[in-house]
Design a protein around this ligand. Structure first.
Ligand SMILES: Cc1cc2nc3c(=O)[nH]c(=O)nc-3n(C[C@H](O)[C@H](O)[C@H](O)COP(=O)(O)OP(=O)(O)OC[C@H]3O[C@@H](n4cnc5c(N)ncnc54)[C@H](O)[C@@H]3O)c2cc1C
Length: 545
């Protein structure tokens, strides 16, 4: 049986960063197991290919959530990347770190070294920011290129003017000192191509002789000797493939993401004893928090019909698309270099005293109802609005002992009363933004939720009927002190009560942050790499309070 120092399960946002950092020591061997294929598909790299990879089962786990109490009986689609780079290879490229208080809250929950001043050096170390930003906050010589959307669209400009007319200031850098305000979005795009975690971190590391990346390697169990994780069992080629075991002389690191990491722990006998026994799985280690606490952002998308201007809906049709394809081929710019979202707006709902609790995005396009990611034929513009820090929590639980059965995903969106109020407030703000004076020349009428929907109850009903995930699930293997019944890992990301096993990915977040999750997931992995290597943490940044 082959033995490596570290076996990493999953080559996604976290796994890619870890592979790079751990293999910097030439004497350290790292094996990465990835269930999906290599990231060769051109749609991964073309920014607008997002619309295609969204449903592409060869590189996407394509999960379905369970219907929840506030999803109107709908089972919401839950894509996840299944290729080198994981979800960073199919995501919407937005780079958004979150607010200072998000991470200070993690520290207050008992996680030493995770306050904002502690984690900021890691955000900086990874980043190559091209564009505005103060050096206190931004990195300039890391491997992850972050640029600002360079398509200056008149509808986007009018939307931002509309925000300003409502008292929302322009903010040149929402990843700087303050998140609040409106601006074009920042993206992990370089020269018109996606900068996935694989591109920034994994592929450079693969050139090292001490790195062994295995694709089509679906991990089915963590192998234990007593309470110590000593290796991983996987099927080469996926279901029905050849069983293989690899050993880890130092550690097994689980980076399978928010859905698959708790699933693999449960399949390996780590989790709630009742759940494991109900599926005939022997309990290796009782840890009731595994899979519990799932959080995600839930977004209704408000749509207005547009007049007097061309939107993306028309640009992707007929000969326009050929012109755009030529433009991308020759200049790496234009429609095919765009992200699904173009403008970001952070503001208050008025429902809480905490800093901005609403995130709104603007796109000069509209999408087919019920067919996520597919553009409509008619011109439209869309504002998605969501609550930044929801309180509702759900779970991820195995459906059966079959490692290929998709896990049960119950997000429980809007079950907390505060969440319902803030989501309704977000829809009201979206309506005010779309009908602001600067957008008036282009605004034809409100299509969704529609003018008949006025009261809070009606808005909530509309949110229930049409809201969707923003693809930010986290918090299913939460970091916290051993005495917290919900905690799965400690603040060094070691699984409580076990040895030789860490979880390093979006699942360890103890509480949802005010952001999309890719940036912070990579930060988590970068910080974890220092812990694993026994290095001192980077010096905390001195910030004015
Ligand atoms: C459609 C979509 C759009 C998004 N848009 C944005 C955005 O614009 N900005 C942003 O910041 N965030 C966005 N996100 C979220 C962000 O990309 C994720 O939060 C982040 O990538 C999670 O990183 P991770 O390392 O936790 O998991 P992942 O990146 O999902 O990596 C997990 C990896 O583990 C592998 N794996 C899982 N189980 C096994 C197994 N049993 N054996 C072997 N391998 C396994 C998976 O195939 C995958 O490669 C989006 C996500 C999606 C899906």
């Amino acid at each position: 049986m082959e033995t490596f120092d570290y076996v990493i399960i999953g080559s996604g946002s976290a796994g890619s960063v870890l592979t790079n950092r751990l293999s910097e020591d030439a004497g350290t061997t790292v094996c990465v197991l990835e269930a999906g294929p290599r990231d060769w598909h051109p749609y991964i790299h073309l920014p607008a290919g997002f619309i295609k990879t969204f449903h592409m089962k060869s590189i996407n786990w394509a999960y379905q959530q369970e219907p929840g109490p506030y999803t109107g009986g709908r089972s919401i689609y839950a894509p996840r990347g299944k290729t080198l780079g994981g979800s960073s290879s199919i995501n919407g490229h937005i780079y958004n770190r979150g607010q200072r208080q998000d991470f200070n809250t993690w520290a207050q929950m008992g996680n030493r070294g995770w306050g904002y001043a502690d984690i900021l050096p890691y955000f900086r170390r990874m980043e190559r920011r091209v564009g505005e930003g103060e050096d206190t906050y931004r990195g300039r010589d890391g491997s992850l290129t972050v640029t600002t959307m360079d398509w200056k669209d008149p509808l986007c400009e009018a939307f931002m003017e509309g925000a300003v007319s409502l008292g929302i200031p322009k903010n040149p850098d929402y990843n700087g000192a303050i998140q609040e305000g409106v601006s074009y979005c920042q993206r992990t795009i370089e020269k018109g191509l996606r900068m996935s975690a694989a591109k920034a971190f994994l592929h450079p590391a693969r050139k090292r002789p001490n790195v062994h990346v295995r694709t089509h390697a679906h991990a089915t169990n963590i192998i234990f000797e007593g309470k110590r994780a000593v290796g991983v069992r996987y099927l080469k080629g996926g279901r029905g493939g050849t069983p293989v075991e690899v050993r880890a002389s130092k550690e097994v690191i689980l980076s399978g993401g928010t859905y698959n990491s708790p699933q693999l722990l449960q399949l390996s006998g780590v989790g709630s004893p009742e759940l494991l026994k109900s599926h005939g799985i022997e309990v290796r280690h009782a840890l009731p928090g595994v899979g519990e606490g799932l959080q995600d952002h839930y977004a209704p998308r408000s749509v207005a019909r547009v007049k007097n201007i061309r939107t993306i809906n028309e640009l992707r049709q007929g000969w326009h698309l050929w012109v755009e394809a030529l433009k991308w081929a020759t200049t790496r710019r234009g429609l095919l270099s765009l992200s699904p979202t173009m403008v970001y707006c952070f503001w208050h709902s008025g429902e809480t005293t905490e800093s901005s609790d609403l995130q709104l995005t603007f796109t000069p396009a509209s999408y087919k109802e019920g067919v996520q990611g597919q553009l409509e034929d008619e011109p439209g513009m869309t504002v998605a609005s969501w609550q930044q820090r929801p309180e509702s929590r759900g779970y991820v639980r195995i459906r059966s002992a079959d490692p290929f059965a998709p896990p049960i995903i119950q997000t429980n969106y809007l079950t907390a009363e505060l969440d319902r109020r803030v989501v309704v407030a977000g829809m009201k703000l979206a309506r005010r933004l779309l009908s602001s004076a600067p957008l008036a020349p282009y605004y034809a009428y409100e299509d969704f939720p529609g003018p008949k929907v006025q009261s809070d109850e009606e808005l909530l009903a509309a949110a229930t009927e049409r809201g969707t995930t923003t693809f930010h699930p986290g918090c299913t293997c939460r970091m916290g002190p051993a005495e917290s019944s919900w905690a799965v890992v400690d603040d060094q990301l070691r699984v409580h009560g076990l040895q030789g096993l860490r979880v390093v990915d979006a699942s360890i977040m103890p509480r949802m942050i005010s952001a999309n999750l890719n940036a912070s997931t990579m930060m988590i992995a970068d910080k974890a790499s220092d812990m694993i290597r026994g290095k001192a943490p980077m010096e905390a940044v001195k910030l004015a309070s």
